[in-house]
Design a protein around this ligand. Structure first.
Ligand code: CP
Ligand code: NVA
Length: 296
């Protein structure tokens, strides 16, 4: 039976412990120049219906460094854009490759593809979540603070973005406190184990991590003006960060818009962990690919 990674609840807390341990090993191996070839002759297909820099690069590098090959197919160049079904695409692709990463819009499309694929499917970002990014974020927090349990994560900005939704899904699995500060109309659509804090400066008080996301996600371009107005009081700036713990770090999945959701001073400043966070995408995704392809 193949196993997918479409959302964070597809793995258990103890599986994540093993995954992060393996990601740390793979990170150390790469740092010391050790070659790891656990996925020799494996092929990973990447399907994109939205733009990408990190997801494409980190998965391509991950499979390549582990001895396998990546095939990247922007969906607008595929027969799907001329009406071929996702089901046929998934069934055919499964005859060629060992796993599929899919970046799409609605989660219904993700589930549809996963249903017809006989190889593991990984969510490479959908409207409902960005689980591989959150894995890198969580791993980055464990590197800095040793553990997630009992830490305070403050989310400032779009409380309904795919990133926010995945943070909400992660909170009960990993046992951290999640505070969400978002303007009315942009709060999480579903209940979960998080605190809603109206004032961002109250939300970040005592926080170990301050994190945010773009105000206009891919697919929301038409709402840009309205969103920029609504989020104007929700910029992660130096004053806001000054209210978090002195050892607090700043995370942002990138791409960022300096001067909108975050200032250049914070994003490029000493407390920003965004480059480690981006790098860690590759290490945790290597561990994830091993887990799904080798059933580790
Ligand atoms: N963070 C992230 O997923 O970046 P890309 O959109 O560049 O893949
Ligand atoms: N919320 C953003 C994340 C980009 C990686 C988007 O969906 O555009």
């Amino acid at each position: 039976m193949k196993r997918d990674f479409l959302r964070l609840s597809d793995f258990t807390a103890s599986e994540y412990t093993a995954l992060f341990r393996r990601a740390a090993e793979l990170k150390a191996a790469r740092a010391s120049g050790q070659i790891v070839r656990t996925l020799t002759a494996k092929t990973l297909l990447l399907l994109f219906e939205k733009n990408s820099t990190r997801t494409r690069l980190s998965f391509e590098a991950a499979i390549g460094q582990l001895g396998g090959t990546a095939i990247t197919l922007p969906m607008q160049e595929s027969q799907v854009s001329r009406g071929e079904t996702l089901a046929d695409t998934a069934a055919v692709a499964s005859r060629y490759v060992d796993a599929i990463v899919y970046r799409t819009h609605g989660d219904d499309r993700l589930r549809e593809l996963a249903k017809s694929a006989t190889v593991p499917v990984i969510n490479g970002l959908s409207d409902g979540g960005h689980p591989v990014q959150i894995l890198a974020d969580l791993f980055t927090v464990t590197e800095r603070f040793g553990s997630l349990r009992g830490r305070i994560i403050a989310w400032v900005g779009d409380g309904a973005s795919n990133m926010a939704l995945s943070w909400i899904e992660a909170a009960p699995i990993f046992g951290f406190t999640l505070r969400i500060s978002a303007p009315e109309g942009f709060r999480p659509p579903k209940a979960g184990i998080f605190e809603t804090v109206n004032d961002p400066s109250v939300a970040v008080r005592g926080a170990h991590v301050v994190t945010t996301d773009v105000w206009v996600s891919m697919g929301q371009e038409k709402e840009a003006a309205e969103r920029k107005r609504a989020f104007s009081g929700y910029c992660v700036d130096e004053a806001l960060l000054g209210r978090a713990l002195p050892e607090a770090i700043v995370l942002h999945c990138l791409p960022a818009h300096r001067g909108e959701e975050i200032t250049a001073g914070v994003l490029d400043g000493p407390r920003s962990a965004v480059l480690d966070e981006a790098e860690n995408r590759m290490h945790v995704q290597k561990a994830l690919l091993e887990a799904l392809l080798l059933r580790r």
